[in-house]
Design a protein around this ligand. Structure first.
Ligand code: UDP
Length: 329
């Protein structure tokens, strides 16, 4: 029996595939390669270039492979783009998940680990954020991810299906082997954009807003290493395999850093001055997002290994300086 990883050619998905294979699992990857990279797929995984909005392609995969559980990363994930192209997010994220769940139910596949996000919370009432806190997304990306969680919840009430939704805070860093790392086209995430400056690809980093109610006016985020996220997927799958009930877990380090602090850490790690410029706020950005991950630690047995931001940025820098243009398309 195999684990199907949808979106396994993307940033977090490819790291989860490496972790699953390391844990001795048989892995099937499906990805439409719109934002993922074939080169990011572990050589031991069986790869299908399919789109999850296409029911016949998804059905054919479930008929060909013996799938015991699904990990679902296949979604559009950029906050800024979701505000300018909301229907692209509804189409890819919600239509894709509808088809996937229909096909899972039809083929009796009853376990799914889902890649959710801190953006489901919106502007938090308190930090650190707990899973029971209110969810009022401030951007369309978070809204579609919350709707995907709810789709799984209601499907699970009607059919044999259990899910774990993992609400990531800010994923960053790269695999220790140096084989895979973060690569988006276009890149929109803070740490890879900062590292483009010492890599000679960008003159300066833009800081989106310095008038937020935070200690230095820039947004606060909880940066979590991608390998720690990958480990959580393997644990969540084990939890479902041993009969665990559907649930939602935050994944973060529980420590917030401002945009300016991240830039300072990158200056230290790279030895480059990294000029920065204050720019207007980016639409849809909450002022601060910091996780309480106590539930994942207690229930799933999750133990993040890379709590220190300097270590995280150093691992990202190791990848970006050896792959300044990411993967070849
Ligand atoms: N950010 C920034 N400049 C950039 C990219 C991002 O100031 O060039 C800020 C962004 O406003 C947010 C934080 O960095 O407060 C993290 O953004 P990212 O896109 O990496 O992740 P998100 O929090 O949107 O998931």
């Amino acid at each position: 029996m195999a684990i199907l990883v949808l979106g396994g050619a993307g940033y977090i998905g490819s790291h989860a595939v490496y972790e699953l294979i390391e844990a001795g699992r048989d892995v099937v990857v499906a990805d439409n390669l719109l934002t993922g990279f074939r080169e990011a797929v572990h050589p031991k995984a069986r790869f299908y270039n399919i789109d999850i909005r296409n029911r016949s392609e998804v059905d054919a995969l479930f008929e060909k492979e013996q799938i015991e559980g699904v990990i679902h990363f296949a979604a559009c994930s950029q906050v800024g783009e979701s505000m300018t192209h909301p229907l692209k997010y509804y189409d890819n994220n919600l239509s894709g998940t509808t088809v996937l769940l229909q096909s899972m139910v039809a083929h009796g596949v009853d376990k799914i680990v889902f890649s959710s996000t801190a953006a489901t919370y919106g502007e938090p009432e308190q930090v650190p954020i707990r899973e029971s806190d209110k969810t009022e997304p401030t951007n369309c990306y978070g809204e579609t991810k919350l709707a995907m969680e709810k789709m799984m919840k209601w499907t699970g009430r009607a059919h044999e299906l259990r899910y774990v939704a993992l609400r990531y805070f800010n994923a960053c860093g790269a695999h220790s082997s140096g084989a895979i790392g973060e690569a988006h086209d276009p890149e929109t995430h803070l740490i890879p954009l900062i590292l483009q400056v010492p890599n000679g690809q960008r003159a300066k980093i833009s800081i989106f807003g310095d008038d937020y109610p935070t200690k230095d006016g820039t947004c606060v985020r909880d940066y979590i290493h991608v390998m720690d996220l990958a480990q959580a997927h393997v644990l969540a799958l084990d939890y479902l395999m041993r009969g665990g009930e559907s649930d939602v877990f935050n994944l973060g380090n529980g420590v917030g850093f401002t945009v300016k602090e991240v830039i300072d850490v990158a200056r230290k790690v790279t030895g480059h001055e990294i000029p920065a410029e204050i720019c207007p706020r980016r639409a849809g950005d909450p002022a601060q997002l910091v996780a309480s991950s106590e539930k994942a630690k207690t229930v799933l047995g999750w133990k993040p290994q890379y709590a220190d931001l300097e270590t995280i940025v150093a691992s990202a820098w190791n990848w970006h300086k050896s792959h300044p243009h990411g993967f070849e398309k």
